[in-house]
Design a binder for this molecule. Structure first.
Ligand SMILES: Cc1cc2nc3c(=O)[nH]c(=O)nc-3n(C[C@H](O)[C@H](O)[C@H](O)COP(=O)(O)OP(=O)(O)OC[C@H]3O[C@@H](n4cnc5c(N)ncnc54)[C@H](O)[C@@H]3O)c2cc1C
Ligand SMILES: NC(=O)c1ccc[n+]([C@@H]2O[C@H](COP(=O)([O-])OP(=O)(O)OC[C@H]3O[C@@H](n4cnc5c(N)ncnc54)[C@H](O)[C@@H]3O)[C@@H](O)[C@H]2O)c1
Length: 455
């Protein structure tokens, strides 16, 4: 049996840990059953955001009337869009192979545990003092045979004339926006009456109102039966009695754990109630020296979380900086139309937790830059601790929200106090300036709250 210093199972973000350890002279084995780089560059964040780039441009052209410009789109070269996106995807393996030096052995195949510290891949058995499980997650099984998930839509193959997308979360709202923008007949099926159900309710409402101006969303329904016809299209009977025909059917109904591939029953590693791998704040599983990072823990399921965790784990393993990691805040964004960005608690969560909080909501109308964009709906919502001025949550909807929120993240990172956002200097009239009236209003709301408590 071969012995390594470090074994990494899953070459998504775990690849960077392999590269770092190898650069420090450690003998590393990394095992991947699919493509090096994992979900984000091959079938996740990057390809989907490349597509959103086209969608944003198309939406901008289509809304040019607001700027008194009559425009029309002569042709959208979807073949080129698909080919460019696939070119990127096809370059990923090569990129990842190059980040590994001679100290890395790449095993191709599915890894499973034989015992606590012994891993089997194909006919090989290997062991190491430290083992990192970074096996990510996979799409929940589609409910119709022959349909797509985000795993098999990339690399992009056929250009469908019509697509039906099931789900109301991140993936459904990003990809339905793309397909609709390139004029593929798109229908989104949502079992409830909300989109992006984990966002703050006010943001959800604005999102729903704006998004459904473009995308044909059928709420409170789902697929009763779907059958493939001779022309290879799906005939779908909906729960509400309606029928639709669609060439492609994509399920985006959440992600599940890959832990079932690992034969963990041969170990002392425990799972949580959702089947993801349990760990402590040092990423350690129930077996000493076996760690879990990224989606495999089921905690954050975001690339920036996986990247941060891998970086922190490398400090624990190689720099003797044995500090626990507990995220103080975890931001996310939905790159759809409109764009949404969020960090911390929604108002509903703050309420459920019985916290003392105040809410400040401001629109972006005072911003000259926002005015120049001619979009009416953008909003900033803060949830604040009125005693400490702490930002408990911040929710943005509007152009470049994912960029603007970084200013809030910096404050939360350094010294979480909304007053910094009021006192700092802003470039006038940059779009980030929208946070100035938001902070001024937030502080006013806090003062009014305090005054009301005195009387
Ligand atoms: C369509 C889509 C869009 C997304 N967009 C964003 C975004 O915009 N921003 C964002 O922050 N996040 C986004 N995400 C989420 C992001 O991709 C994941 O959070 C991130 O990739 C997790 O990284 P990871 O290394 O934990 O897992 P992964 O990247 O999934 O890597 C795990 C690897 O382990 C391999 N593996 C699994 N089991 C085994 C086994 N038994 N043996 C060997 N290998 C195994 C898998 O093949 C995979 O390559 C998106 C996800 C999807 C699907
Ligand atoms: N911009 C980003 O950061 C980004 C983009 C895409 C994906 N991601 C990550 O990937 C994860 C997975 O994305 P996702 O969109 O698949 O999951 P999600 O959890 O965001 O949404 C799943 C949706 O499917 C619906 N659903 C579940 N079961 C269903 C059923 N049987 N019938 C109909 N609807 C059903 C849910 O109500 C929900 O709306 C996200 O949680 C996120 O962590 C992030």
């Amino acid at each position: 049996m071969k012995t390594f210093d470090l074994i990494i199972i899953g070459a998504g973000r775990g690849s960077y840990l392999a590269a770092k350890a190898a650069n420090l002279g450690k003998k590393v084995a990394i095992i991947e059953k699919s493509k090096l780089g994992g979900t984000c560059p091959n079938r996740g964040c990057v390809p989907s955001k490349l597509l959103i780039g086209y969608a944003n441009k198309i939406r901008e052209i289509k809304s040019s009337k607001k700027h008194y410009i009559k425009s029309f789109i002569d042709d959208i070269d979807i073949e080129k869009i698909f080919a460019d996106t696939n070119d990127y995807i096809n370059s990923v393996e090569d990129f990842y192979e190059k980040i590994f030096n001679e100290n890395v052995t790449v095993y191709r195949g599915e890894a499973s545990f034989v015992e606590n510290k012994v891993i089997k891949i194909n006919k090989d058995k290997i062991t190491a003092e430290n083992i990192v499980i970074s096996t990510g997650s996979r799409p929940a099984e589609p409910l119709t045979e022959g349909s797509w998930t985000s795993d098999n839509i990339f690399p992009l193959k056929q250009i469908p004339k019509s697509i039906t997308i099931v789900g109301a979360g991140f993936i459904a709202c990003e990809l339905a926006n793309f397909f609709d923008s390139i004029e593929v007949k798109t229908i989104q099926l949502v079992r409830g009456d909300t989109l992006l159900e984990n966002e703050d309710k006010d943001i959800q409402e604005i999102f729903k109102e704006q998004y459904t101006k473009n995308v044909d969303v059928r709420f409170n329904t789902s697929i009763k039966e779907a059958t493939k016809q001779t022309n290879n299209h799906f005939k779908i009977e909906l729960e509400d009695g309606n029928f639709i025909q669609t060439e492609a059917l994509l399920y985006a109904i959440g992600r599940v754990s890959n832990a079932d591939t690992l034969n963990l029953e041969n170990t002392d590693i425990k799972l949580n109630e959702k089947g993801f791998i349990k760990r402590d704040e040092f990423f350690q599983t129930d077996v000493k020296g076996v760690y879990v990072v990224g989606d495999a823990s089921g905690e954050n399921m975001l690339q920036h979380a996986a990247a941060y965790e891998v970086n922190h784990l490398s400090k624990i393993l190689f720099e003797d900086k044995i500090k626990p990691l507990k995220f103080k805040y975890m931001p996310h964004a939905v790159f759809s139309d409109p764009e949404v960005a969020s960090v911390g608690l929604t108002e509903q969560k703050a309420k459920n937790l019985n916290l003392n909080y105040v809410v400040s909501t401001t629109n972006w109308k005072a911003s000259a830059k926002a005015k120049a964009l001619k979009i009416e709906y953008p909003q900033t919502k803060f949830i604040l601790n009125p005693y400490t001025y702490e930002i408990l949550g911040c929710h943005l909807i509007g152009f470049e929200s994912a960029t603007i929120i970084h200013q809030v993240l910096a404050v939360m990172h350094i010294d979480n106090d909304i007053r910094h956002l009021k006192n700092m200097l802003y470039i006038h009239p940059a779009l980030s300036e929208v946070l100035l009236p938001a902070a001024v209003n937030a502080i006013k709301v806090i003062k009014e709250y305090k005054k009301s408590q005195e009387t």
